[in-house]
Design a protein around this ligand. Structure first.
Ligand code: PAF
Length: 290
């Protein structure tokens, strides 16, 4: 059961009624899409939304179309009562928690396919993932019609995919990124961190250090290809099982960069598995020339 202090909409009609009432009163609305299992990272996005709009809607929907067969859709943690209480505490005004049938009624057959920024990194490692994300986010934006929608920079590629689709489809919404929130050892907060054993959690805490070290080397003028290779070796020796990618990419369009020192703003991206958990993270690279 949701927190009694936080109103919940279960249908598009209920969501639209609430948002229309606010809009009719001249209020601005922010949307924070989530899949639940909330942590401080999500709550910081709600607070950011509150600073940009009069009312914040947070959606909780574990979107089946962005999980491939064999991924963790069934196991994904779900606790709406806990999430609703956290959202209410962070200043959220409305929880939107639709069912799968509400989002994907029988006969649903449309997919939003974003080219360019969807294709490298997680686009290669999880080939159906971004179409699922782009489709559900397009629906959420059209259902809610917020002035601003907020996404975490931890999923930096996802943020670029969503910016691209909003621009390409002329969606009248501002897409904002919120900074990654990290644990005391620097591990990026993620709902999937809950899967980690004590030993896996210790190893996971080294991932951000490998990125930070790589970013510092790049800032000092080291070549992209050698920095990528060193970061990969460091992550492998820390105890990660398999590494999908460690890549330095242009921050604006995720284009591949030349092998030498950086000449434009970049980020280093990683996806690596520890036990059965796949973690992603990214770190900005700031050089004197950028
Ligand atoms: O980042 C997430 O939690 C999801 O990918 C999103 C944006 C809510 C779409 O399902």
């Amino acid at each position: 059961m949701p927190d009694p202090t936080l109103p919940a909409a279960r249908t598009v009609a209920e969501l639209r009624a609430a948002v229309s009432a606010w809009r009719g009163a001249g209020r601005r609305v922010a949307l924070v899409p989530t899949m639940g299992a909330l942590h401080e990272g999500h709550l910081s996005l709600v607070r950011l939304g509150k600073s940009k709009a009069d009312h914040v809607v947070a959606s909780i929907f574990v979107n089946p179309t962005q999980f491939a067969p064999g991924e963790d859709f069934e196991a994904y943690p779900r606790d709406e009562a806990r999430d609703a209480a956290l959202l209410a505490g962070a200043g959220c005004d409305l929880l939107y928690a639709p069912t799968v049938a509400e989002m994907y009624p029988p006969g649903f057959s449309t997919s939003v396919d974003v080219g360019g920024v969807s294709t490298p990194l997680d686009g290669l490692a999880r080939p159906t993932h971004f179409a699922g994300v782009a489709t559900v986010v397009t629906k959420l934006l059209l259902q809610c019609r917020p002035d601003v929608a907020i996404f975490g920079e931890k999923d930096f590629q996802q943020l670029l995919v969503i910016r691209r689709l909003a621009r390409d489809l002329d969606l009248p919404v501002e897409i904002l990124g919120g900074p990654t929130k990290r644990d005391v050892d620097g591990l990026a907060l993620s709902s999937r961190n809950a899967y980690l054993s004590v030993e896996e959690r210790r190893v996971a805490g080294t991932l951000n250090l490998a990125l930070k070290t790589a970013a510092e080397a790049l800032a000092a003028g080291a070549a992209v290809d050698s920095v990528e290779a060193e970061a990969k070796a460091r992550i492998a020796s820390a105890g990660f099982g398999s590494i999908d990618y460690v890549e330095v990419r242009a921050e604006d369009d995720l284009g591949r960069l030349g092998p030498g020192p950086l000449e434009s703003p970049a980020r280093i991206f990683v996806a690596a598995r520890i036990g059965r958990t796949r973690l992603i993270d990214n770190w900005p690279v700031r050089t004197p020339v950028t």
